[in-house]
Design a protein around this ligand. Structure first.
Ligand code: FAD
Length: 462
């Protein structure tokens, strides 16, 4: 009987356990359902929709060249999958497990709702180890990264990768499908043809090409990853997010390269598993602070504070701090931001501007091509010190000295054209009289630091 493969953030043909199992059990019906309701504030953001469009297009092409296709449906995933299962007399729905709360809920409902004779088969495949696989000595999930990471390393290697199925048989009759172009995932505004579209190649093949191109650089990762002016990190994040490549594939491709660069990179990959491990424990983590004593800390329009102008200055890269502005403009132009600069820009929002981190989380959610429920939420809480892990609030990053320390001059020249002609001595902190059209600092660093620390102390006492 036909086997449905429910595709979500796993848009690949190789090392795709759900597709692999389905292809060995019968004719395959790959299905993607676009549900704009279930995820509420975490429905696909603008940049993610752009990526999703191209990723689905690429997957459809890949399936087409294997005499298969993808069925696109819009609406409630459980209803759509049940309808297809009934229509085609499907024997099973195969899917890779996902842990976003709306998908966990759908997985649970689907299990109940599928017609008799059609079973739900969930597979692991998008993490180095299945979330929940490592626990503390007393059997609890970890809350802190370092012991989590240690326990993961003790359990490695991750599972072996699966090949692409040799053949993907088609069903006798295909269920009806929407047309991708009718979904309107590509925005008419802004026009990203000069930015995001030039910066990225989307799809499974592109992911493997990027990995191959970058593989030798892992040796220098430890030295280069913090330097925004260099191409020192893998830029695999959107490919990993959409599952165009699996972390196991990345691990196995690179793990032969012993050395500090690889060891540091492996730990970053583990951060991705760690974030998911927290989401499994605390499903609302990306929208709710988990540490007491913070509720009164930030200026927040819900409590009558006016933050709009400053929030917009941050979003548009007009704060007067070149490293922050370069990062925010890189984000807008390319849908991605260097990790070190993400940390600096996020810290600037929550500490220098005293704006609640959830505004930053939502802006990143809308503008990042790698916007990821776990990674984004966990990193925002980590920077803000509001999470279940470290209390980082009092570690206030100094954007000007960070910019010098990590040699961001060329990066600033690239993304802040007003400063393109500035020399190294001025570019990190241009003197006011030389700024021209570039804005003055929105707030002085020392003043911001004192304000943040005193707000923190007041909040703790209150
Ligand atoms: P590399 O340095 O090459 O790392 C390889 C992979 O490891 C990444 O692709 C990513 O999957 C994973 N990884 C690396 N660092 C982290 C980390 N700190 N946390 C979790 N996973 C990590 N990453 C996202 O994928 N999606 C997000 O929405 C996201 N939001 C963030 C928000 C803030 C405020 C901060 C500080 C970081 C955020 N990150 C997010 C983590 C990190 O910045 C990106 O994963 C990284 O910059 C992606 O670039 P890369 O692929 O070149 O990373």
């Amino acid at each position: 009987s036909p086997q449905i493969v429910w595709l979500r953030r796993d848009l690949r043909l190789a090392d795709q356990p759900a597709l692999y199992a389905a292809a060995h059990a019968g004719p395959v019906i790959p299905v993607f359902v676009l549900d704009d309701e279930a995820a509420r504030s975490h429905a696909y953001g603008g940049a993610s929709r752009w990526w999703l469009h191209h990723s689905l297009e690429s997957l459809a092409k890949g399936l087409g060249s294997r005499h298969s296709q993808i069925v696109l449906r819009r609406g409630d995933a459980v209803e759509q999958l049940c309808e297809i299962a009934r229509e085609c007399g499907a024997g099973a729905v195969h899917a890779i497990r996902h842990y976003e709360p709306w998908w966990r809920q759908a997985q649970g409902k689907l299990d109940e709702a599928l017609p008799d004779g059609c079973e739900l088969c969930l597979h692991d495949g998008n993490y180095l180890l299945p979330p929940g696989a490592v626990t503390t000595g007393s059997g609890d999930p970890y809350k802190i990264y370092t012991p989590f990471s240690k326990a993961m390393l003790e359990r490695f290697p991750p599972r072996d990768c699966l090949p692409e199925p040799e053949t993907i048989h088609s069903p006798d009759k295909w269920p009806k499908s929407d047309s991708l172009s009718d979904w309107g995932l590509l925005p008419s505004k802004p026009d990203w043809s000069g930015g995001i579209a030039d910066f990225w190649n989307v799809g499974e093949q592109a992911a493997h090409e990027r990995l191959a191109e970058w593989a030798d650089d892992v040796a220098q990762y430890d030295d280069e990853r913090n330097l925004p002016s260099r191409d020192g990190s893998s830029r695999l994040s959107p490919h990993l997010h959409f599952g165009e490549i699996s972390p196991a594939q990345v691990w196995h491709r690179l793990s032969g390269r012993r050395g500090q660069g690889w060891r540091t990179f492996e730990k970053e990959l583990i951060w991705r598993d760690y974030a998911q491990n927290l989401i499994c424990q605390f499903p609302d983590y990306p929208s709710k602070s988990y540490r007491d004593g913070y509720s009164g800390l930030w200026r927040n329009p819900n409590r009558g504070h006016i933050i709009q102008e400053e929030l917009e200055a941050w979003q548009r890269g007009m704060t007067g701090y070149p490293i922050v502005d370069a990062g925010m403009r890189q984000l807008w132009q390319t849908g991605w931001m260097h990790n070190r600069v993400r940390m600096i820009a996020a810290s600037f929002l929550v500490k220098h501007l005293l704006i609640d981190w959830t505004f930053g989380e939502q802006w990143f959610w809308d503008t990042l091509v790698d916007a990821d429920y776990g990674n984004n939420g966990v990193n925002w809480q980590w920077i803000s010190g509001t999470g279940v892990d470290s209390n980082m609030f009092v570690r206030i990053m100094a954007p000007l000295s960070q910019s010098e320390k990590f040699d961001a001059a060329d990066y600033i020249r690239e993304y802040v054209p007003e400063l393109a002609e500035f020399g190294d001595e001025d570019i990190h902190d241009p003197p006011d009289h030389k700024r021209g059209k570039y804005p003055k600092k929105i707030i002085g660093h020392r003043e911001a630091r004192e304000r943040a620390l005193s707000a923190y102390n007041d909040a703790k006492q209150g």
